[in-house]
Write a protein that binds this ligand. Structure first.
Ligand code: ADP
Ligand SMILES: O=C(O)[C@@H](O)C(=O)COP(=O)(O)O
Length: 424
């Protein structure tokens, strides 16, 4: 059982569903009773005892006005339910389109809450993301030199975060340098930046201890933003509590893998599934740029599989050169929209055919899947990989919504095996 956990209820607005899973499990790991919803829940939704409410949106790549409107609706719902601290969760690789949406959403949330200064950092050392002097590193390299420069929807080509955020926002962004974080001077620096007319303070953090220091300094802040790392720092600053082992996914019923991420890690994970001899079907949007017929062909292929063939994979993941060819022929947004819609239809068809365990790779892809399935949310289960918990829905589905970049190369294979990882 959970012990009581003192502190304001944390209301999280996440800009995609894999990010929401990641932040939800970061809070749960530190003992917060955490509820996860896909989309802003309707009025009258039952809320048992909780310390954190996480709303997963799909606003990372939509039109900026749409992202703002949906985020403000989530904010209103959370505040009406007593959220004393609001956390805007964006990606640890600061995934943004040219116009946002991190800046526009933060501007709108801070304006609506009348907050003059917001501290934020994408740093999440547990995922290999660190911020130093305002620059974001992915592992050993700058963001702009990482695989993120090839992302299909949010290619990241600038690693200096005050410039990236400043270009998306009506307000200025500054840095809290690592030395000041480590000297316990975050509060002083925030006041100084505020005096200089800066609204967003990007806090350097290279280790979990830096995020813990930031969490302590920001415990009373009404609005904070970042990736799972800083959310974990905020949770760690609360009185400690404990909880039961997270529930594991049921092993009965059949499993399937759906992959739409084109990240380097997902490509390895997809290859591992195919090399293991699992049935594999690629959604080839260049050959058939129509969501309905792509989905129908995939489901016909599934229906023809013999019994005992192992959990199949349906994927569209491509390496950068092949992806570029698709995008040049069809356009980046159009090809992504067709594939997201197709994979959502495939997910629905698979569930209609009795699949109860779905392993999805990619944030936008997972958003399309939960949207097509119409699942309202779920319980945070055991972690199959760091930041990748099973989500158990009231309708009996077990969903693994994996950020494109997360997990070991064997994750998709093992999570869809008869005895999935993350169970013990
Ligand atoms: N073959 C492809 N051609 C064009 N776009 C693709 C292809 N495969 C996947 N995509 C799109 O790329 C995007 C990948 O984003 P996402 O699912 O969020 O993955 P990640 O978690 O790696 O960011 C999705 O919108 C997906 O539909
Ligand atoms: O912060 C992160 O890296 C993840 O939580 C995240 O946001 C995942 O997004 P995708 O990589 O687009 O799945």
């Amino acid at each position: 059982m959970f012990d009581s956990n003192e502190g304001p209820v944390i209301g999280v607005i996440a800009d995609d569903v894999t990010g929401a899973s990641d932040v939800a499990v970061a809070l749960r790991r530190r003992g917060l009773r955490t509820m996860l919803f896909f989309g802003t829940p309707p009025e009258g939704t039952d809320l048992p005892g909780h310390d954190a409410l996480v709303i997963a949106l799909k606003t990372r790549t939509v039109d900026r006005r749409e992202a703002v409107a949906r985020s403000l609706a989530a904010l209103a719902w959370l505040r009406a339910r007593g959220a004393g601290q609001v956390y805007f969760k964006y990606c640890s690789t600061f995934d943004s389109t040219a116009e946002g949406n991190i800046g526009p959403v933060l501007d709108a949330l801070a304006d609506a809450m009348d907050v003059p200064m917001v501290a934020t950092t994408p740093s999440s050392p547990e995922h290999g993301r660190t911020q130093y002097n305002g620059y974001l590193f992915v592992g050993d390299v700058l963001l702009s030199e990482s695989h993120m420069r090839h992302h299909p929807l949010t290619p990241m080509t600038d690693s200096y975060l005050p410039r990236v955020l400043g270009s998306q926002s009506a307000y200025r962004a500054g840095v809290v340098p690592l030395a000041e974080v480590r000297r316990g001077e975050i509060g002083r620096r925030l006041a100084e930046l505020r005096g200089q007319g800066v609204r967003y303070a990007l806090v350097d953090a290279v280790e979990d201890d830096d995020l813990a220091a930031a969490g302590r300094a920001l415990a009373g802040a009404p609005l904070v933003a970042g990736a799972a790392g800083l959310a974990g720092g905020l949770a760690a600053a609360r009185p400690s509590s404990s909880y039961d082992d997270a529930p594991a996914p049921p092993l009965t019923g059949s499993a399937a893998v759906l992959a739409g991420s084109c990240s380097a890690r997902t490509l390895e994970q997809v290859a591992a599934v195919i090399e293991a001899g699992r049935p594999a079907h690629r959604l080839d949007v260049l050959a058939d740029p129509d969501e309905e017929s792509l989905a129908k062909a995939a489901l016909d292929w599934y229906d023809a599989l013999g019994p005992g063939s192992g959990a199949p994979i349906v994927y569209s993941s491509l390496e950068p050169a092949a992806l570029r060819r698709v995008q040049e022929a069809l356009g980046g947004e159009r090809s992504a929209a067709i594939l997201e819609s197709a994979i959502g239809r495939v997910a629905r068809g698979l569930v209609e055919r009795g699949v109860t365990r779905l392993v999805c790779a990619g944030g936008e892809t997972s958003g399309a899947v939960v949207g097509a399935l119409g699942v309202p949310g779920g319980v945070i289960g055991a972690e199959a990989a760091r930041g990748v918990p099973w989500i158990l829905t009231a309708s009996g589905l077990a969903l693994l919504l994996k950020s494109g970049n997360f997990g070991e190369p064997g994750l998709l294979l093992e999570a869809s095996a008869t005895t999935p990882m993350g169970v013990a």
